[in-house]
Design a protein around this ligand. Structure first.
Ligand code: HEC
Length: 131
């Protein structure tokens, strides 16, 4: 095979193009990843705040339901795997409880936005793994 000058030029152009595309896509991927995890942390922080403000007095800062009011009202222990095992705890069911209340649990539908209720349900779920 003979290397012509044009051949070499075309090859370097293609190599350059591929390197360029790789760098651009790698950058885009890294940015996307960073944004995504930043967003996740921001939402988790927001969920924690909402929980501490609205729910912790009964359900406890760690979700154990072990505050004085939590004990009086018999708030469940969200860190107990058995509690979860006996529950049909779909997001729909849990968010309905937060919106409409249940037993001694007050309704939060008027106070909280739907998106906040969803964040709280995910917050409650994280207690299951003690997080
Ligand atoms: C005044 C105390 C009190 C507050 C405040 C409170 N809860 Fe509850 N919560 C309870 C009690 C008591 C139960 C158990 C209800 C039952 O099973 O009869 C309960 C149950 C639950 C359940 C389980 C529902 C089920 O299907 O058994 C979830 C989820 C929940 N609460 C989430 C929240 C969230 C989120 C907040 C904050 C927005 C909150 N609670 C605020 C007292 C409270």
């Amino acid at each position: 095979m003979k290397f012509t000058r044009q051949g070499v030029a075309v090859c370097s152009a293609v190599a350059f193009l591929f390197t360029f595309l790789f760098v651009v896509s790698e950058n885009a991927r890294a940015t996307f990843q960073r944004r995504k995890s930043g967003n996740y942390e921001r939402l988790n922080r927001k969920a924690d705040e909402l929980y501490n403000r609205n729910c912790a007095r009964c359900h406890g800062p760690a979700g154990r339901g072990d505050t004085p009011i939590g004990k009086i009202f018999k708030a469940p222990d969200f860190t107990d795997p058995e509690w979860w095992a006996t529950k049909k705890a779909s997001n729909a069911i849990l968010s309905t409880v937060v919106v409409h209340g249940k037993g001694s649990m007050p309704a939060f539908g008027k106070k909280l936005k739907r998106s906040d209720v969803n964040l709280l349900v995910s917050r409650v779920r994280r207690f299951r793994n003690n997080r």
